[in-house]
Design a protein around this ligand. Structure first.
Ligand SMILES: [Fe+2]
Length: 270
């Protein structure tokens, strides 16, 4: 099972797992997340990732938080997420964060199509990202989601191109330019066609990528959530993806949404 999951992430950049949680786990986690009802990025949405920060909860006599955090750790251990991440990266891994948050039904803008580790908003760069520096994100949905309603979208296969770009910039094979947005991602591919042809040996992957993104909205300001390359997922499902691919957030427009996330990366980049 784990092997299949890893293979699918390596092939497509993303995998959806139905019934990742059983009914009991789903209800326990839903109780925890709704207890705080913390919005995204709120300090209350983050949970300890190491022993000392967990112990701090006891020192502060915040026993409720301590036991809630412990349960999130238990889920991580039960689902063998550390092992999955280590086998995916084939390296020692680091759990960068655990967060769980509540998003109210909303019409507010969400993140447009983008890729991560792509120098967003940066002009002067002194050090380029190592190609192996990227994140594996495990999204566990605690409420039902669907395309255009709280489920992220991901252009399958785009993580391979993301890796090639990171590698090319890091090795100074192509000139540096930020490529966070889909518009800039396209531009960097168009500006360096010879390099990418040489790297991939043919144009199949990039041609296929351009075909896939043909109708996607490139407007970064006016975010339209698109149902394309998205999923329908019942509460208790998980989506695991390589953040180096092109993806988009989606607003929960029909119902409130609760998610639990674990973010992994290699411990050391060598
Ligand atoms: Fe992202």
């Amino acid at each position: 099972m784990e092997e299949k999951i890893i293979q699918e992430i390596k092939d497509k950049g993303i995998v959806k797992i139905d019934n990742f949680l059983d009914k009991y786990e789903l209800s326990e986690l839903s109780n925890i997340v709704s207890y705080y009802s913390a919005p995204k990025n709120d300090p209350k949405s983050y949970f300890p990732v190491n022993f000392w920060t967990l112990m701090l909860k006891i020192l502060k006599l915040d026993l409720k938080r301590f036991f809630h955090s412990l349960y999130l750790w238990k889920i991580k251990d039960k689902k063998k997420l550390d092992r999955l991440a280590a086998n995916f990266f084939c390296k020692k891994i680091k759990l960068n964060f655990i967060d769980a948050y509540y998003s109210k039904k909303s019409e507010l803008a969400i993140l447009p199509w983008h890729t991560d580790q792509a120098y967003h908003g940066k002009r002067e760069i002194t050090e380029f990202n190592h190609p192996d520096k990227f994140f594996l994100k495990i999204f566990i949905y605690l409420t039902d989601v669907s395309p255009n309603n709280g489920c992220m979208s991901y252009v399958p296969g785009s993580h391979k191109i993301g890796f090639a770009i990171r590698k090319a910039i890091y090795n100074k094979k192509i000139p540096y330019q930020p490529y966070w947005s889909l518009r800039d991602f396209k531009k960097i591919l168009n500006d360096n066609q010879t390099y990418f042809l040489d790297y991939f040996k043919d144009t199949n992957l990039i041609d296929d990528f351009f075909k896939k993104i043909k109708d996607l909205d490139l407007n970064e300001k006016k975010v339209i959530t698109e149902g394309k390359f998205s999923y329908k997922a019942k509460a208790g499902s998980a989506i695991i993806f390589d953040e180096g691919g092109v993806h988009q957030g989606s607003k929960p427009q029909f119902n409130d949404r609760m998610v639990l996330r674990y973010l992994y990366s290699p411990k050391k980049i060598t």
